[in-house]
Structure formats: structure tokens, C-alpha cells
Design a binder for this molecule. Sequence first.
Ligand SMILES: [Zn+2]
Length: 375
Amino acid sequence: MKKIPDPVDLTRKLIAFETINPPGQERKCCRYLAGVLQEAGFRIDLYEFDAGRTNLVARALMGNDSLPICFTGHLDTVPLGSADWQVNPFAGEIIGDKLYGRGSSDMKSGVAAMVVAALRFIREAVGSPKITLVITAGEETGSQGARHLVGLENVLGKAVALVVAEPTANYPMVGHKGALWVEVRTSGVSAHGSMPDRGVNAIYKAVRLVDRLERFDFEASPHPVLGMPTLNVGTISGGANINSVPDFASIGVDIRTVPGLSNQVVLDRLTSLLGREADIRRLVDVGSVATDPSDPWIQRVWDITAPFLDEPPMAKGVTYFTDASFLTPAFGNPPTVILGPGEPTMAHKTDEFCYLAKIEEAVEIYLKIMNSGYP
Ligand SMILES: [Zn+2]
């Protein structure tokens, strides 16, 4: 029987595959994992949405007709950033109790832990629930891989529960806000800056819209876990030079939504509030995710994770969004937990690291979740 890899070694292997997105190029990393899982008896399907951009779906215990528990993670990482690294970002260097490298926290440690747990599960499982691993490409640039899978017919099917192995330091998080990022453009008529009456000033129009945006009322009550939706004007630009009437201006708006308030409802309200002067373009549109903390499967996950935490889990959400925005609705809205060994504060940082112990603990937690099934 083949030896199951050590989860820290596997994380280091995954870090050594450079999968910075853009451009991504997750194929080699993805095929490597596909080989490991296939050898252990998983049924493997690969789905490419672009050259070198590969998603992997691995299924275990197909003979069993129950719905699977799904584990998901992404293989792409964000770029290295402009600051110099003190360690080689692809060497998977271990210093003391930490493993360094791009993707060590976000989220190759999470993927490695779920793969190792799955290998142990399939070797030991007797009459256990089915599991499915969905390993995606292109998450960091708007869940391209997950959206591709969701768009394919008869690929994902339904699931009873979803574990997203994004970095939470092994804290079981019950959701996250949605995001709706839009660009609002205004247009005008250019004229010489000495004769503004001959033109129409697009910046003046934009300023009036910004004023309305600042006073935007979501007419929502706070979500019990995720709180209030928010809106922030993050950028404004316009005009070509100081001595012309600007015929173009642009406002960047970051809206975070909570369950009970869909992105589409907010967009419709924004469209009617801003009126004809505004040309609204959607840049990012991902829904919120939240599971009732009293859900019996969430309670089971809390029981499993409690011994690994300083205090019993409480209902909390993460600040980022995840592939669950697409996968959870596609799976039929099963209970979803975001739970992974990475350090949330290390995601996207220079000299990113993950604690070695958290990777080992995540394997134990995932294996318990796999073995204890669905209530
Ligand atoms: Zn991530």
C-alpha cells in the first residue's frame, strides 16, 4: 500500500508549483494532486476553463447512494507584491514552528490537509458517507474556476455539507458577506477650460452621484452573525487635463451584502437611485454565505473543532469571500463552514506563513468531519 504523504510535506510540494494568478497556470499542480488521489482510488475528473487553468473534482465511495460532504480549496495564489521577501516564496522553508511561502496560508496548506484527510478516509472508511473534493483554479480573480464548474451541467450535483478550507486558523466560521463591486461612469461634453459654458462637466455629475451614494440606505436590519451591509466609494477619477471640461468620470463602489439582501436587489436600488446620469458596470458580483449556527451539522463541526481551540466556537464570519458564494447555491444551499489551517492575517502578505501544528490539526479535524458524516 502506498504511503500517505505527510501534510506539511504535501503543502511544501504544492508551494513549489508556482500558481500566481494572474496568469494562474494551475494545471501542473492540479494534475499532481489528481495523480495522488487517483492512485488511492478516487474517481478523478478534470475541467479546464482556459489553457493551463484546471479544476479537479475527486469523488470517493461512489457506490453509496447518499449525498457527499464536499471539501473545497483553490490552487492559485495572489502575486508576491512589491516588497522583498526574506524567504524564497516557493521553497516551502520551515523555520521554527512555521512553514513559509506564497500560498502557505492561502491556501495550499488547506488543500494539502483536506487531501491527506481524504487519503486516510478512503483507506479507513467502512460504510462512511461519500466525500467529494472540489479543487479549483482562478479563485483569487473572482472564482473563475468555481463559476466554470457551476456552469457545467451534471458535474457538481448536490452535497449535504460544504467545508471551505480557506485560512481561519482552524476556527469554524459560518459565513461571509457578499460583494458587489461596481464602476459608475458619467459622461459629459468636453470644451476648453476657459469656456465651461460650452461643455457639460462629467465630474460635477459624478460628485452629485457620490453624494447620493454616501447617503445610500440599504433599508436592511443587521444580520445576526454578519452585521450590516456596507457601501464605500473607493475610487474616483475623471478628466484629461486641467484646462478642459471633463467629458468622462468614474466612481468605484464596493458594496458588501448580507443574507436577506441579494446583490441584484441592491443593484436595482442603486440603478434607480442614481438615475439616467449613471452608467453602472458590474465588476465583481458574489453572493453572501451564512449557515444558521444552530444547524445540527454546524454544531457537530463545532464539537469536533472545540478541543483544538482556546475557547468553544461562536458564530462568526470571515472578512473575505470564497468559492462558497458559487458552490453553496449550486449544491442546493447545504450548511457551509469555512475552516482551514492557514492564518487569516497572513493571506496575501509578504513572507506569508502557516503554523506547522495547524496543518496537522486540520487533517485530524477534516478526518473527523468525514468520518462523522451528516446528522
Ligand atoms: Zn484563498
